[in-house]
Design a protein around this ligand. Structure first.
Ligand SMILES: Cc1cc2nc3c(=O)[nH]c(=O)nc-3n(C[C@H](O)[C@H](O)[C@H](O)COP(=O)(O)O)c2cc1C
Length: 207
């Protein structure tokens, strides 16, 4: 079948996009709320997310609007306070990830509701989510606005990478390697579906 996007509502296009671009990694974005907020940190998942460059090491996530007249809290925090920690949740953290996607009033944290603990990110001023095997300490770079709503594409430079030692191994040349199956990252599919990794294949790139 062919799906012509020009005739479809944005809600239908969203369904097709999120069911066809699969699996997607999830940026579990921890950001700092404005001073005086009830909770110091905000946490929310974004699966329009990927790495886009290694020099500088750059990732992008895309935030829609919270309402007609408000941006999502993560976008407000990251663009105003210019730092965030992007956690890669393990499959076992799926319920907590969805719990942190609730729309709450600004400054109210999803963290306590999800029963999550934060822990120090060594060498960075923001914490990371305890139990997530991988986390990126990020500095805000810029926003690209697309579409009429607009959708905010947030570019962040990765300053430091955290990897749980328990998921580290070495490859056949003795170089450090993240054991993907041990890291067990939560993958996003369409609708209400998620996945974990099934099988890992190794195939050297042709020279
Ligand atoms: C797995 C998952 C992935 C999501 N991905 C996105 C996304 O890519 N972009 C987006 O705007 N919202 C996404 N959402 C919805 C946001 O997480 C939700 O709007 C959240 O309340 C935003 O929180 P904030 O206002 O604290 O930033 C996703 C939700 C879930 C459960």
């Amino acid at each position: 079948m062919i799906v012509d996007f020009s005739d479809l509502s944005s809600a239908r296009v969203y369904q097709w996009m999120t069911q066809s671009v699969i699996p997607r990694p999830i940026a579990w974005v921890l950001s700092s709320n404005a001073e005086g907020a009830a909770d110091p940190y905000n946490l929310a998942p974004f699966s329009y997310f990927t790495a886009v460059s290694s020099a500088p090491p750059t990732v992008i996530f895309s935030a829609g609007r919270k309402s007609e007249d408000a941006f999502k809290d993560s976008y407000v925090n990251v663009s105003e306070r210019r730092h965030c920690v992007i956690n890669i949740a393990s499959a076992g953290q799926m319920a907590a990830v969805t719990e942190t996607s609730r729309t709450l009033p600004y400054g109210e944290s999803e963290l306590s509701r999800a029963g999550l603990e934060l822990t120090d990110f060594e060498g960075f001023h923001l914490p990371r989510v305890a139990g997530s095997p991988i986390a990126f300490a990020c500095e805000y770079l810029q926003t690209i606005e697309v579409g009429p709503s607009p959708q905010m594409l947030v570019l962040c430079e990765v300053k430091q990478l955290y990897v749980d030692n328990a998921v580290m191994t070495v490859d056949d040349k003795g170089r450090p390697l993240i054991d993907a199956l041990k890291a067990d990252p939560l993958c996003r599919l369409g609708g209400g579906q998620y996945a974990s990794l099934g099988e890992v294949f190794t195939l050297p790139r042709p020279s």
